[in-house]
Design a binder for this molecule. Structure first.
Ligand SMILES: Cc1cc2nc3c(=O)[nH]c(=O)nc-3n(C[C@H](O)[C@H](O)[C@H](O)COP(=O)(O)OP(=O)(O)OC[C@H]3O[C@@H](n4cnc5c(N)ncnc54)[C@H](O)[C@@H]3O)c2cc1C
Length: 307
């Protein structure tokens, strides 16, 4: 049953009509638990509030893969506007970007130019840009583009997904560039030929990659809500005396705020990934796919709108 629900949510996330339909409705069905708002100003209010509570942020202007250059230009404009907002208000926030939003499927050289434009603006704002990792079909191009810009810019990082068999090798190569890496379990539907099918193997690989990257001396962002992964990381950083400014924890907005608070109280750097924008549907569906139990929360909200 759970497997079937997960597949359904992944299918909906990738369905253009469902995404268009949702955009017309505005943030509903409990999506506001995971999405900070539809406008930049609302998102900046959320960032301010999180900063006040000792949390760092990375803002993400929501959107999925685009199909023409005009849409890609629009996505770049939104990223630049976000950086402008961070600069103007002085909030403590990084920016997370997705390359398919910037036209990766249409024209790679155009996407590279867009990323450079974003990195130039981020440099002026004194902030950091993280390139999110998408599904395995986009991984080689995403890594290539990252390596190209990393040779020029320091304030850019990437993501490695522990569910993929190839990740250990990829991480090793990234370490030779001194890359700042966010380690995650992985959020897309991948075949067993490419990804560990069992959760236990993914968890073990995640721990292995965390150990590798912490020992490499490169900056490590451990992005997880799993208490076992957080506990493992805390043990290792104590054991190896990793300075607190060489690693951080990251969690998604609306998920396990209790753990976020607890880590801040213990003196760790914690960054919350805050998505915003009108294109919230696919992101919301992926959060439901990760945890089908959230569907009860959605149904309660549907009931509220209907009633
Ligand atoms: C900051 C951040 C950035 C990310 N960036 C990427 C990326 O670029 N590419 C990518 O593929 N993936 C990304 N992910 C998603 C990641 O790959 C996982 O899908 C997601 O974090 C769930 O895995 P977990 O480590 O929290 O552990 P899990 O074992 O899946 O979950 C552990 C516990 O966390 C809680 N939890 C997890 N998910 C949810 C949820 N949706 N709703 C409510 N509770 C939940 C539950 O208590 C659960 O028991 C990112 C995650 C974070 C936190």
């Amino acid at each position: 049953m759970e497997q079937w629900m997960r597949q359904g949510f992944h299918w909906l996330a990738a369905n253009p009509s469902a995404n268009r339909w949702a955009r017309r409705w505005g943030l509903r069905f409990g999506a506001a638990r995971f999405v900070a708002g539809e406008t930049l100003e609302k998102a900046l209010d959320v960032v301010r509030d999180l900063n006040r509570r000792g949390l760092e942020v990375t803002l993400d202007h929501l959107g999925e893969s685009v199909t023409d250059a005009a849409e890609a230009e629009e996505a770049v404009r939104a990223c630049l506007e976000t950086l402008e907002g961070i600069d103007r208000t002085g909030v403590r926030s990084h920016l997370s970007i997705k390359l398919t939003q910037l036209g990766l499927d249409i024209d790679r050289s155009l996407t590279e130019k867009q990323v450079v434009q974003i990195l130039e603006r981020a440099g002026k704002a004194g902030t950091f840009v993280r390139i999110d990792m998408e599904d395995s079909a986009r991984l080689p191009a995403t890594l290539d583009l990252f390596k190209t810009v990393r040779r020029v810019y320091d304030h850019v990082g990437i993501v490695i997904q522990a569910y993929l068999y190839r990740s250990e090798q990829d991480l090793r190569e990234l370490e030779t560039l001194g890359a700042n890496v966010r380690l995650v379990k992985g959020a897309y539907r991948e075949p067993p030929s490419l990804a560990f099918p069992s959760k236990r193997d993914v968890d073990e690989n995640m721990k292995k990659l965390i150990d590798m990257h912490l020992q490499s001396g490169c900056y490590t962002a451990v992005a997880s809500h799993d208490p076992a992964i957080l506990g493992h990381t805390r043990e290792r950083v104590e054991q190896w005396s990793v300075p607190r400014d060489r690693f951080e924890f990251q969690m998604l907005y609306g998920i396990r705020p209790d753990l976020q608070r607890d880590l801040v109280e213990k003196g760790y750097r914690v960054r919350v990934y805050v998505p915003y924008g009108t294109d919230w549907f696919a992101y919301f569906m992926r959060r439901l796919a990760e945890r089908p139990a959230n569907v009860w929360f959605v149904l309660k909200n549907v009931g509220r709108h209907a009633g």
